[in-house]
Design a protein around this ligand. Structure first.
Ligand SMILES: Cc1cc2nc3c(=O)[nH]c(=O)nc-3n(C[C@H](O)[C@H](O)[C@H](O)COP(=O)(O)OP(=O)(O)OC[C@H]3O[C@@H](n4cnc5c(N)ncnc54)[C@H](O)[C@@H]3O)c2cc1C
Length: 359
């Protein structure tokens, strides 16, 4: 019997479980280590297009810095700090306005100055490079393994088991796929792209589209800083052993969870390679490619709510391609909601009811 059962071992599940155990609750976390979080490209950046998202990432970075304080960068999987984006002058001006509003420190460089600092970068006339320094890049699977160890250290019980069904009652019963069950007073569903199918079994439909997106690892001869190319549309971060990880902004709709981690189509890889060569002057050799699922709501914001009709069952979904960076702060927020430190009415902007006009 547990006070909280957190289902899903991605970034949102781990963050909520860590926060709940810091509050002193008895927490069990269930799930599979394989997730969008372990498959993701590992970029945590302040350079986003939405003020609320930037503020969430600021909060995530603060929490991450606290969690990793006593660990080596290698243990955590951190491969770099700082982030640059390459933009045309108009976009660069808009980005500067937004970063100022969010209170984020940044610096902008013209082509000549930028090439002095990042000589491996290929830039076109008049482009502007914006640098922020607090951003973090990680090898995502290593970072998630670090957070799992952190959760255990803080007292979270981990059950690497799939939840087949929830039987609702005063104490909810989570029936496990293999065998057995877990009981908990409060259930927190952090199922990422699996949420839509899971909730549909309980007659709850949520407006999310599930996409599969690819990522690539190349071996390169230059040591890069993480970057977004907003002109040709690609993103890259430094990886381990002289590699970089990233890709273009490619995506395809996928409905069947069995296909979530399938190898990406060759045309995406060919395109990603071309995009990389437009920005990187050094040689690049493909090392590996993979893909993973993301879920997206119509207004691009996540959904956090209780399951309509079921007391003490909550869920979060719809973190799209920015889930690793926003998921830490959102997981902490979710922990506050499910432990009633904050009311759901304080996060109306994330609740399911905002879509009532499209049901
Ligand atoms: C290729 C790729 C690159 C990306 N790059 C970035 C990036 O650079 N930066 C960034 O911020 N975001 C990035 N993202 C997005 C990010 O990965 C996601 O938004 C985020 O990981 C979602 O986290 P989550 O906790 O909601 O879901 P997930 O991490 O998917 O976790 C859900 C977990 O629930 C488990 N689960 C599902 N059903 C059950 C069940 N019935 N019982 C038990 N467990 C269950 C799953 O196995 C999984 O472990 C990328 C995504 C992909 C695919």
């Amino acid at each position: 019997m547990h006070e909280f059962a957190v289902v899903g071992m991605g970034i949102t599940g781990l963050s909520s479980a860590i926060r709940l155990s810091e509050y002193g609750y008895n927490v069990v976390m269930l799930g599979d280590e394989k997730s969008a979080s372990t498959a993701c490209a590992g970029i945590i950046t302040l350079q986003l297009e939405d003020l609320r998202d930037i503020i969430l990432v600021k909060e995530s970075i603060k929490i991450i810095n606290e969690l990793i304080r006593d660990s080596s960068l290698d243990e955590v999987g951190v491969t770099g700090r700082g982030f640059i984006s390459v933009e045309d002058p108009i976009e660069a001006e808009e980005s500067a306005e937004l970063l100022k509003k969010a209170g984020v420190e940044f610096k902008q460089f013209n082509v000549g100055d930028a090439l002095q600092i990042w000589p491996w970068l290929v830039l076109n006339k008049d482009e502007v490079v914006t640098l922020t320094i607090d951003d973090v890049s990680v090898e995502a699977d290593k970072f998630i393994r670090f957070l799992i160890r952190k959760a255990v250290e803080k007292g979270v019980r981990i059950e690497k088991k799939w939840v087949k069904e929830i039987v609702y009652g005063e104490r909810h019963r989570l029936v496990l796929s293999q065998s057995g069950e877990i009981q908990a007073e409060v259930v927190v569903l952090c199922l990422g792209a699996w949420t839509r199918v899971f909730l549909s079994k309980y007659g709850v439909s949520i407006p999310v589209a599930v996409l599969r997106i690819p990522a690539y690892r190349f071996r390169v001869s230059s040591r890069i800083i993480s970057l977004a190319d907003e002109v040709y549309e690609s993103y890259w971060r430094p990886g381990v052993d002289g590699t970089i990880v990233g890709g273009g902004y490619h995506a395809e709709i996928v409905d069947d969870p069995l296909l979530f981690f399938q190898k990406p189509p060759d045309r995406f890889r060919v395109d990603a390679e071309k995009l990389l060569r437009l920005r990187l002057s050094s040689r690049a050799e493909l090392v590996e490619e993979w893909s993973g699922p993301i879920s997206i709501t119509p207004d691009l914001d996540p959904i956090i709510d209780n399951l309509p009709g079921y007391d003490n069952v909550f869920f979060i979904d719809g973190l799209r391609g920015y889930g690793l960076m926003r998921g830490v702060a959102l997981g902490y927020l979710l922990a506050d909601i499910v432990s009633q430190r904050r009311g759901l009415d304080s996060i109306e902007e994330y609740r399911l009811s905002r879509f009532s006009n499209i049901f």
